[in-house]
Design a protein around this ligand. Structure first.
Ligand SMILES: Cc1ncc(COP(=O)(O)O)c(C=O)c1O
Length: 422
């Protein structure tokens, strides 16, 4: 089955004259259309807000587009907070959802006025010591344990996840926070990742809404928002049915009417912290075939590697590949598509049926817009690629330059060798 690319071969031929492969390319039109649909889907909730998960695609130019639609930032670290600040997203437009959090990060979040989402009950004392007070608005992350199932399908295993507080800890945490002066509360959970079903958010909402009613009754606190976090997935495989965000929004609305409204909690704001759903399909990794190797298998070596996109090596994740200009040719060659790392898992595809690939062909690796570039590392001295934005008018803007050797050596400034190399 085929998957359409958002860029044509003609456009790529032009782009690569100025910017050599590999690079990540993002689709402004797609990003805008998608965030509009998300906002419409939750328009029934007056307090609704999407806090874009910065970790998915930490690029200020892309976050700036989302900012136009009123999105905030979900940050998990000091530098992500700096990035949000640089884009002008501050105060309660930042959700600080971190775990195993260093003191400096809490201090930075507090300086920016972010909403702090505590991962553990012990973080109450740690936070108080770090910033000298407990903020008036505060959130807690919930982990009910066990398996998260939809019908008989196991979606994920929260009981095995390091995140969040148990049911008992959550109630205790709210009481302690209230005693220490907190006035407005949030409740957060992330129970399944990359869900390609319209049922995940409504099911999660039911768990959280019921828990919120219980907590409000038990502790007497005012719960201001429920944060459904991330987890809405995308169809990486061409034969997967994409999520319908309108149905998801409507599903959450129905549960809201069923659980919260009768409990007198109809003033609840719904927040989301989506990453993959916001950017995943609107980014691709463009790479060029530079070698072919015929040994025990047929290999095509490309000029990108797992440093540019780690998901296949890390999780065996599927990313669809289009050989540009050969979309309609028979997929009658079986290839492993490899990068150049000295790691045998550095393969973008294994035993993939593709058209015959020739040296110089451009390969578009789909759905790299989230958790793609951002997961990269620097093994084998590999440098990170550029990021480009394909604008609505068809022009291209450089939104992050490619790393140069001097970037790789920059942290050796304490050694003489560093000076020589720079
Ligand atoms: C706390 C938190 N929020 C949101 C997200 C975004 O998740 P997704 O990209 O699946 O929407 C993540 C992803 O790891 C996360 O850890």
């Amino acid at each position: 089955m085929n998957k359409e690319t958002f860029v044509t071969k003609e456009q790529l031929d032009k782009i690569t004259q100025e910017y050599p492969t590999p690079f990540h390319l993002y689709d402004e039109k797609g990003i805008r259309k998608n965030v509009e649909a998300l906002k419409e889907a939750f328009a029934w909730n007056p307090g609704y807000k999407e806090y874009f998960a910065v970790k998915a695609t930490p690029n200020p130019f892309l976050i700036d587009i989302l900012k136009e639609y009123g999105c905030g930032c979900d940050c998990s670290s000091y530098t992500e907070l700096m990035l949000s600040d640089a884009v002008g997203i501050r105060g309660e437009d930042i959700m600080f959802s971190s775990n195993d959090t260093p003191e400096e990060d809490f201090q930075m979040a507090d300086r920016l006025g972010a909403i702090i989402n505590l991962d553990d009950i012990t973080h109450i004392a740690y936070l108080e010591k770090a910033i000298g007070h407990i903020p008036e608005t505060i959130s807690c992350r919930y982990n009910p344990g066990g398996l998260f199932k939809i019908s008989n399908d196991i979606m994920d295993n929260p009981g095995d996840a390091k995140y969040g507080m148990t049911t008992e800890q959550l109630s205790e945490a709210y009481k302690i926070l209230k005693e220490k002066g907190a006035k407005e509360f949030g409740l957060h959970a992330f129970l399944a990742s990359n869900t390609v079903t319209n049922e995940y958010y409504p099911m999660l909402a039911k768990v959280l809404f019921k828990q919120a009613v219980k907590l409000q009754q038990e502790t007497g606190v005012h719960i201001k928002f429920i944060n459904l976090s991330g987890g809405i997935g995308i169809p990486y495989h061409p034969d997967q049915e994409p999520n319908d965000i309108r149905m998801i929004g409507e599903g959450v609305r129905r549960v809201y009417e069923e659980v919260l409204v009768p409990a007198g909690m109809g003033d609840m704001a719904i927040y989301t912290e989506l990453g993959r759903f916001m950017m995943g399909p609107y980014g691709c990794l463009v790479t060029k075939a530079i070698h072919e190797k015929h040994t025990h298998k047929e290999y095509i070596g490309v000029d990108a590697c797992a440093v540019n996109l780690m998901r296949p090596a890390m999780y065996g994740a599927y990313h669809h590949i289009t050989v540009m200009g050969k979309e309609n040719q028979p997929h009658d060659h079986k290839y492993d598509i490899t990068g150049s790392l000295c790691e045998n898992n550095d393969k973008f595809a294994i035993d993939r049926m593709l058209p015959k690939i020739d040296i110089g062909d451009y390969l578009v690796i789909h759905d790299t817009g989230a958790h793609g570039f951002s997961m990269g590392y620097s093994y084998n001295g590999k440098l990170k690629s550029a990021e480009l934005l394909l604008k609505e008018d068809g022009s291209v803007k450089l939104i992050r330059r490619a790393e140069k050797p001097k970037d790789y050596f920059a942290t050796f400034d304490c050694f003489e060798i560093g000076k020589k190399l720079l």
